[in-house]
Design a protein around this ligand. Structure first.
Ligand SMILES: [Cu+2]
Length: 159
């Protein structure tokens, strides 16, 4: 016999994220001196663009020493929790506010070691223009141009 109450609760959970098979998923982003997939790229987060659901966890894994992951000032949604990982240590973040989260590796930001988390949900693009307007230095500038273009072209910025 179907428990009507449980059935309704279950249906509600599915409606919240109909295209997400499982809530609270775990993701991993590796930090490398040299990208094993493309040795011409140095000081990288892999993957450097990741779309996730609110409540999913992302763990940044230092495959080489001397890297960290930290949210970039001015590049996370209003009300979101900033993070700052220690050098050479894994750090896990569980963003709950939908929106765009720019992050970097402190010593290698100007070498283009930056990345983007896209947390889907209502208001996902609210901080797009403010995140894009943050001043970038060195190779972070071209890295962000590539990231925004790639996110756009691959449809990841479609709410
Ligand atoms: Cu680094």
């Amino acid at each position: 016999m179907i428990n009507r109450r449980n059935f309704i609760v279950g249906a509600g959970a599915c409606l919240a994220y109909p295209h997400i098979a499982q809530a609270n998923q775990e993701h991993r982003i590796a930090m490398y001196n040299v990208d094993p997939q493309d040795p011409s790229r140095r000081m990288v987060f892999t993957p450097r663009i990741l779309k996730l659901a609110p409540g999913d966890t992302v763990t940044f894994i230092p495959e080489n020493r001397g890297h960290n992951s930290q949210s970039t000032k001015g590049m996370i949604p209003e009300g979101a929790e900033p993070w700052k990982g220690a050098f050479g240590k894994p750090v896990s973040v569980t963003p709950t506010v939908p929106g765009l989260y720019g992050y970097d590796c402190m010593p290698h930001r100007s070498m283009g070691m930056v990345g983007l988390l896209i947390v889907e949900g209502p208001g996902m693009l609210d901080n797009l223009s403010s995140a894009k307007s943050v001043r970038q230095i060195g190779r972070a500038k071209s890295a962000w141009e590539e990231i925004w273009a790639e996110a756009e072209q691959s449809g990841l910025l479609t709410a």
